[in-house]
Design a protein around this ligand. Structure first.
Ligand code: ATP
Ligand code: MG
Length: 243
């Protein structure tokens, strides 16, 4: 996938969540967004996934402008998968219905096909035993895997994930990371915000470090994480290793 963000500003009231972010990624299968808390990773994900419009600047995904036109963003959102915390499962529906219903209602699958497709994803993510439970009856890691299954069910072009393992214990984190590795193996294209540098380095081919609403640096994951070129990048990564 190709990504181009030019001079992107996102303001919430007086606060500049993104303050002239420019990022050009020529060709990546898995891009990780890293950087300090409050730096602008989630905001960047909301813009590149078409959930929100930038205040100014332009955003192109695979050469197509997706930032400013409401209808274009709506179309784009239908082609992508989104796993964000504020984008939760429906609490009153079973896990299976959470995955099958959007296939039917949003993507026009016949009901039986939607259920079949959802079932096959539950098998793939080892969730067969939990299909008929509601989100409140599942663990955090199970819910996250259901959310990933839901995002990938309609075979989206790109999946956007915002810290899918935050708030999980180490074992559940491994479960969810394994699910994400399996997405990468099936050649799904992914943009993921993460605080886990080890995961970013292994899973992503490209890393963009964002801080204070701007791009600090971008490049191959090994390069940015092992050998950052900017003082800001060096400071951030040194702090990660200290932990
Ligand atoms: N809806 C909003 N309304 C007001 N301010 C917001 C909103 N969303 C984000 N911000 C602010 O924009 C800045 C960037 O936030 P963002 O959530 O993008 O950071 P982040 O890099 O994802 O941080 P974290 O690692 O903690 O998730 C922060 O100062 C945040 O408080
Ligand atoms: Mg965030």
């Amino acid at each position: 996938m190709k990504l181009l963000l030019r001079d992107v500003v996102k303001r919430y009231g007086g606060l500049h969540a993104l303050d002239g972010l420019t990022l050009e990624i020529e060709d990546t299968n898995c891009l990780a967004l890293i950087g300090p808390s409050g730096g602008g990773k989630s905001t960047t994900l909301r813009l590149v996934s078409g959930l929100e419009a930038p205040t100014s600047g332009c955003l192109l995904v695979d050469g197509e402008e997706i930032g400013n036109d409401f209808e274009r963003r709506r179309q784009f959102r239908k082609q992508v998968g989104i796993v964000f915390q504020a984008y939760n499962l429906f609490p009153h529906m079973t896990a299976l219905a959470n995955v099958a219903l959007p296939l039917e209602k949003v993507h026009g699958y016949p009901k039986a096909d939607a259920i079949q497709k959802a079932r096959s994803l539950f098998e793939r993510f080892q969730l067969e035993d939990h299909m008929l439970k509601k989100p409140a009856e599942l663990s955090g890691g199970q819910n996250q895997r259901v959310a990933i299954a839901r995002a990938m069910a309609p075979d989206p072009d790109i999946i956007f994930l915002d810290e899918p393992t935050s708030a999980l214990d180490p074992e559940m984190t491994v479960e969810v990371l394994d699910a994400i590795y399996s997405l990468i193996e099936t050649d799904k294209r992914i943009v993921i915000a993460t605080h886990q540098m080890g995961f970013a380095q292994r899973a992503a081919d490209t890393v963009a470090l964002i801080a204070e609403g701007k791009l600090v640096e971008a490049g191959s994951s090994n390069q940015v994480i092992e050998n950052p070129q900017t003082i800001r990048g060096q400071k951030f990564l040194a702090a990660c290793l200290d932990r």
